[in-house]
Design a protein. Structure first.
Lengths: 340, 340
DNA sequence: CTGAAAGCGCTTACAG
DNA sequence: CTGAAAGCGCTTACAG
């Protein structure tokens, strides 16, 4: 049943008494006598021929493979982006090699290196939370491989980018909370080596200052980007003599979930005594009671936008002028946790 | 900056006045004079050499690439399995090409075909809900490519398999509900072309009959495997003159979520008037109020088990005797929705 | 330890 | 339209 050796175009050529050149041409739909072409295609099917893309790509000096490196494959935001990318690349027969950095800078570097070896013709990546140096991204460009950064991007690396307007989204979220009457709005911020978290903080600060509210550093909690860290920060915040009446978990919905649980645990009523806003529109934010206000990043759409950018640049002449940056406007999803 | 042409072992050989053979040997840590080896490695680094795995794999007639086809990349269960696989394969430098069938039989076939062309040396797959014919899987075996099926497997295809004991898990779930005093337990079943859904139904039936409870076909709802379909089926069930007092959404937690919502909407108190049990231990089952009893499939562990199976067979002599089947015992997670 | 040569499976200018 | 030949970048028996 299982044949140790796969059928090649030589096998087909031998059987038909023609040259491999013609077989190759027929298989690739190039100019070949119609009758012979038909015969070749039929014979290929009979002999169970499967093209060897490795050989083909090697010869052509190109590949149809794209590398993807994300912090976590099994995190809603990233798996949605990947699903979006796959939906588009599949249509054109391009493949995705997917790695996860596990939020580790070391693993991220190794993954990128592996992908370069694999001769992918594009690397799509979102940085790990530890990443603070971008030589590995520069190395990608140096090998003349297309680079597309998304969401967690390194500004200083000149590559294609697909991002959200994090600052504006945060600004709007905080303004919304102020309009709901919240007076002391705390911020849970993410690791500031990542651009996205810096931008979200800027949005928060801009919202306060543009409404003549003084920034109180006591209300800003560093590195509260997981559920556990969000919970811990909340415990501290709600124990302050002048506790906040709202918390913007700018890092993630997981962090917001931590806030939510601690608030209930400490007897604060949401949203009347405490407003909560998260980030990312994870599915569970709709399910908690009260449901959590958050920001939708259109992750699946980010994925399709990335794929579109890729194909656009695959065909276009090297317009290394100014790498394109696509910004997708996130949307504030107002739910019960901030509606009073 | 960007070099159109990548450095090859020839470039290194020329620079050093030696042959490509030696360069290749040095790079692959084969027997080479220590001094030359050092020199070669250093030069490779200087010249920014990156191995071309395509060429290497082609020459060696093997590859370190594994193909994965799952129904949905962005579904918790599958993304966890993938994360588990990646964690193990990464350690040994093997890559994952990932495709999603989108629950479409047609796309599944095309993905498998693409992966064969890509010369992957293993295909890992979980069938789409539409799949009712397995020629495409047989084709994988015919090309002498290792095949590992998981979760949604085709019994008749003799391949490696990693599965849950669905029947036993369902049996235990239903017995648990009976012990909680539920008398009329309904079943939401999945498409019966898939083995897993057949097994879950068998477990349900076995639980009833082994406890001398007559099976009431009115309480068995077909194809209720999404949230919407689960909700619809629940509406019908709860409108019966003799409505059920518990619903086992054997298809998925999404379906159970539909049950949950309709129950509340129709004024049934959970768990006192209606017990609910789902399947898969999706994160949100812990967050609903009341929380939902479900079955944990240890998805991440399934992933690592799959990878282990792969590496085991990579080295072992072709033991085509009886393809190994690894069964991972799922665990009933008892929560509020069935605790009265 | 090292070199010369062949070959993995394919594609593509170059002739005819 | 078709064939003969070279070559993508690498690895590996075969000699020495």
């Amino acid at each position: 049943m299982a044949s140790k050796k796969r059928t090649t175009i030589y096998d087909i050529a031998n059987r038909l008494g023609i040259t491999p050149s013609s077989v190759s041409r027929a298989l690739n739909d190039k100019a070949v006598n119609e009758k012979t072409k038909k015969l070749i295609l039929q014979t290929a099917k009979e002999m169970n021929y499967k093209k060897n893309s490795l050989a083909s790509n090697l010869r052509k000096g190109e590949s149809t493979t794209i590398g993807v490196v994300v912090p976590r494959i099994n995190q809603n935001f990233f798996s949605n982006v990947i699903a979006g990318i796959e939906t588009e690349t599949y249509k054109k027969g391009h493949n995705l090699i997917i790695c996860q950095s596990d939020e580790s800078f070391e693993k991220e570097k190794k993954c990128i290196s592996m992908l370069i070896n694999q001769h992918v013709n594009c690397i799509i990546t979102s940085l790990s939370v530890e990443t603070n140096d971008y030589q590995h991204l520069q190395a990608v460009l140096d090998q003349d491989i297309e680079l597309i950064q998304f969401d967690r991007v390194a500004d200083e690396i000149e590559s294609l980018k697909v991002i959200n307007d994090n600052e504006q989204a945060s600004y709007e979220a905080v303004v919304h909370m102020m309009k709901q009457g919240y007076k002391r709005i705390a911020l849970l911020e993410g690791p500031q080596n990542l651009e996205i978290f810096r931008q979200r903080k800027v949005g928060y600060l801009r919202a306060l200052t543009s409404h003549d509210i003084a920034v109180d550093n006591e209300l800003i909690k560093v590195n509260a980007w997981t559920k556990e860290l969000g919970a811990e920060a909340t415990r501290e915040l709600l124990s302050l003599s002048e506790a906040p009446d709202a918390i913007f978990a700018s890092t993630s919905d997981f962090s917001a979930l931590g806030v939510h649980e601690v608030a209930i645990e400490m007897g604060f009523t949401v949203p009347s005594q405490l407003g909560i806003c998260g980030y990312a529109n994870e599915p569970f934010t709709e399910i908690t009671r009260p449901s959590i206000t958050t920001i939708d990043q259109f992750s699946f759409k980010m994925g399709t936008a990335i794929a579109e950018l890729y194909f656009e640049h695959l065909n276009s002449p090297e317009t290394h002028a100014a790498p394109k940056v696509v910004s997708i406007k996130p949307e504030l999803i107002i739910r019960a946790s901030t509606s009073r």
